[in-house]
Design a protein around this ligand. Structure first.
Ligand SMILES: [Cu+2]
Length: 647
């Protein structure tokens, strides 16, 4: 097995050991046979999505009682000759199509963009006389040096938008193969390509701007300059091996256990995260994933329509990187491969898709006691489960961290290339990052779907604010600080925003279990406050990415409610996902609930973000709050020989 190759899946394996294990190559092939037998796979059929249809939670939790959930796969199929598409579920156990819904483009939008449509769109524009003429007017007579960047078109009610599957194509100049296209936008022109008819049906040619020419090939010594000197080796060694165990998809470390899943749309998925507490297995999260990511751009000019839904339009997980030891990951690494399907539904393995390792993380706790003379230090360590995906210009690393004190963190590392434009004059929406080259403002709004099970499925959420109290009776000197805890009782009232001035957090508590103080055990979500979606409430992207207008939503668990912007996002008119999920305003107090947390930066590019952006980070933290009766990390041994903790 090579470390990095994407390769066809190997021989069929047995049925996976666990109902939440990712679909195997054999299962994708079996599902294909069922679809073919049902007459749904002609020569022009393609899989815009193909993945495990997870069994519902009660079926999985009931498995311990002897149940055996069916293995099912879900496919978004499209006939590329007609554009007709359908959402289909097959049962592998029963060998049949369980459901098939033909999609209506006007109300359902379109299935995600196929891999083959990127190349197709470039071929189509290069063959189009109007496009060639527009490029020739800009002095670009060799059309092979004009690279097409096809994009999901959004939903703006154009006539073509109602039923026509299309992409908007922007152009970049690439003189030589090694040229970095993002440095050379050909601005002011966009082609609309009907990917079913395979033709350009509209060209908007709004202005001509000089193509920025400064080379930006950052691995070219002429661009980057000499390599730095003086960086001596840092080596991470674990002579006794790592402290975690990986048994199939089941990962265990220092009381933590979880199952690692992987999906073409969401990428890394963690299931059944729990902690062993003195021999008792205590669940915390049933399922955790980044269920959507939208990147709306904030330049009102020519590119008003740019908003990339990297989950629902592009299938984030399918662009997962094959990681390299020593570059992406240091130390004692365990990798997991991911088996996904290509446009034809054929299984492909991404080698080293998920990295598991542990890291020293500085001080865990420390005290020098001046009364009893005790001097103690313990070192913190974390278990890291991560993967990377490259979606067009950006690269995203998704990192889940598990700590010795019960803390869980999620961090997204954002790097790669800015999506550039010509810089044509002072603008409040764009930063000049190279001569004549602009980096337009945009937001990266991630939505974590956290299906919580804090000590069981019966949970509730409290919003916790802190405030100073006015001086008066009970507070004669005016120093009082208090928490206010507001129970979020139903879905409509649980769409909430951060408030940094009140230190706002959200506490997920068990309604069935208490700690030794008689108070509900809980985990608290600590958000990193940043603006929500800034687009106007009347805008198209506001309707489509309504999930991103709040930092928090809480819904009652429903196995069909999985995506914050809805199941189908590409060209969707909006209103799907969370706004629809909460429309019934279900009771969420003491119920099986799901938290949806939006986070991420509003990114005004800096010149330092060009030509490749140093990693920027965002994320959130979940901390046990009365989940334990005291500091759960007292038993961590001091550093030193014999404790495996360094010395
Ligand atoms: Cu950015």
């Amino acid at each position: 097995m090579t470390d990095t190759a994407v390769r066809p899946a190997e021989a069929p394996g047995a049925r996976p050991a666990h109902p939440l294990d990712p679909a195997t190559g054999a299962e994708y092939l079996a599902g294909r046979q069922i679809l073919a037998a049902a007459g749904l796979l002609g020569d022009t059929a393609r899989f815009a999505y193909y993945g495990l249809e997870e069994p519902a939670k009660d079926e999985v939790l009931g498995e311990a009682a002897g149940g055996r959930p069916d293995r099912r796969l879900r496919a978004f199929l499209i006939d590329v000759a007609t554009g007709q598409s359908a959402d289909v579920v097959v049962s592998l156990g029963e060998g049949r199509v369980v459901s098939r819904r033909v999609l209506d483009p006007a109300s359902d939008g379109q299935v995600p963009i196929l891999s083959e449509e990127f190349g197709l769109a470039e071929e189509v524009v290069r063959a189009d006389p109007g496009w060639r003429a527009a490029m020739a007017r800009r002095g670009l007579t060799d059309i092979t040096k004009v690279r097409a960047v096809p994009q999901a078109p959004g939903s703006f009610g154009e006539a073509a938008d109602r039923g026509t599957r299309f992409v908007r194509v922007l152009a970049f100049r690439q003189e030589r193969e090694q040229d970095y296209v993002w440095g050379h936008p050909i601005d002011g022109i966009v082609a609309y390509v009907d990917v079913v008819e395979r033709k350009v049906f509209k060209i908007v040619d709004e202005f001509e701007a000089p193509v920025p020419s400064e080379p930006a090939d950052y691995d070219d010594p002429a661009v980057r300059g000499p390599l730095r000197e003086g960086l001596r080796p840092v080596e991470i060694t674990q002579p006794e091996g790592p402290s975690f165990t990986l048994d199939g998809q089941l990962l265990r470390w220092q009381g933590w256990s979880m199952r690692i899943g992987f999906d073409a749309r969401e990428g890394l998925v963690l299931h059944q995260i729990s902690l062993d507490d003195a021999g008792r297995d205590r669940p915390v999260i049933y399922r955790a994933s980044i269920a959507e990511l939208v990147v709306p751009y904030g330049d009102p000019g020519f590119r008003y329509w740019q908003s990339f839904f990297d989950g629902g339009e592009y299938l984030l997980g399918k662009w997962t990187n094959a990681l390299e030891r020593g570059c992406d990951c240091l130390g004692e690494i365990a990798y997991l491969d991911a088996t996904l399907a290509d446009d034809l539904g054929a299984p492909q393995v991404i080698g080293n898709a998920v990295c598991v390792h542990e890291e020293d993380f500085g001080i865990l706790w420390k005290h020098t006691d001046s009364f009893n003379g005790s001097v103690q230090t313990r070192r913190q360590r974390r278990l890291v489960v991560s993967s990377w995906a490259t979606v067009g210009n950006y690269d995203y690393g998704f990192y889940w961290y598990f700590y010795l004190d019960g803390t869980i963190e999620h961090e997204v590392k954002m790097t790669g290339a800015l999506f550039t434009a010509a810089y044509t004059g002072d603008s409040p929406h764009t930063t000049e990052v190279a001569p004549g080259l602009g980096g337009p403002v945009h937001q990266h709004l991630f939505c974590a779907r956290l299906d919580m099970t804090v000590d069981g499925v019966a949970n509730a959420v409290e919003e916790v604010d802190v405030a100073g109290l006015p001086a008066g009776p009970g507070n004669p000197f005016g120093n009082a600080i208090a928490q206010t805890r507001t129970r979020l009782r139903s879905e409509a009232g649980a769409a909430r925003r951060c408030d940094a001035s009140r230190g706002r957090t959200w506490r997920v508590l068990s309604t069935g279990r208490v700690n030794r103080y008689g108070r509900p055990v809980s985990y608290t979500l600590y958000p990193d406050p940043a603006p929500v979606l800034l687009a106007d409430p009347a805008s198209s992207v506001h309707a489509r990415a309504t999930f991103a207008t709040n930092h928090l939503w809480v819904t009652r668990y429903d196995p069909a409610q999985r995506y914050p912007a809805g199941d189908l996002v590409n060209q969707h008119p909006g209103g799907a996902g969370l706004p629809a999920y909460v429309a019934g305003d279900r009771d969420i107090d003491g119920a099986d609930i799901v938290l949806w947390h939006t986070f991420g930066p509003t990114h005004f590019p800096r010149p330092e973000d060009w030509p490749v952006m140093p990693v920027a980070r965002c994320g959130f933290t979940l901390k046990p709050t009365g989940f334990f009766d005291r500091n759960p990390a007292l038993g961590v041994p001091p550093p030193g020989p014999g404790h495996g903790t360094g010395g």
